[in-house]
Structures are given as C-alpha cells and as structure tokens.
Design a protein around this ligand. Sequence first.
Ligand SMILES: [Zn+2]
Length: 70
Amino acid sequence: MLIKKKKCPFCEKQAQTIDIDDIEELKKYITEKGKIIGSRFTGVCSWHQRKLKRAIKRARNAGLLSFISK
Ligand SMILES: [Zn+2]
C-alpha cells in the first residue's frame, strides 16, 4: 500500500481541541457519504481521532454537517 507515514495535522497545529465550527477542516476527514476517514489514511493520531469523531458527531447533531452531501 502506498500510505506514507504522515504527521498528525492536529498535533502539528498543537490543537488541544477540535472546533466544530471549522466545517471545512472537518470535511477533510469525512468521505462524501459523511463517514469518518480512518486515521491510517489521514495520519491523525488516535488521540486526535477520538476528538475528531466527537467533533464530527456534534457538528452533525448541530446540523452543520450533513450525513450525505448533495
Ligand atoms: Zn494528534
């Protein structure tokens, strides 16, 4: 497989939290169908992946992200 080891982009930014209002950022980590992309592909560390999952769920509940993009 052609997966390079990437640095976690959130660690690089030294992000302690993931902002659910930053939809453009969150969108990078979900598929077209609204599924969360695995950390293996995005390089997000497990700690931030957990935070990301929560942020995406909250954004969905708040109606900021649709499950299926049109
Ligand atoms: Zn990280």
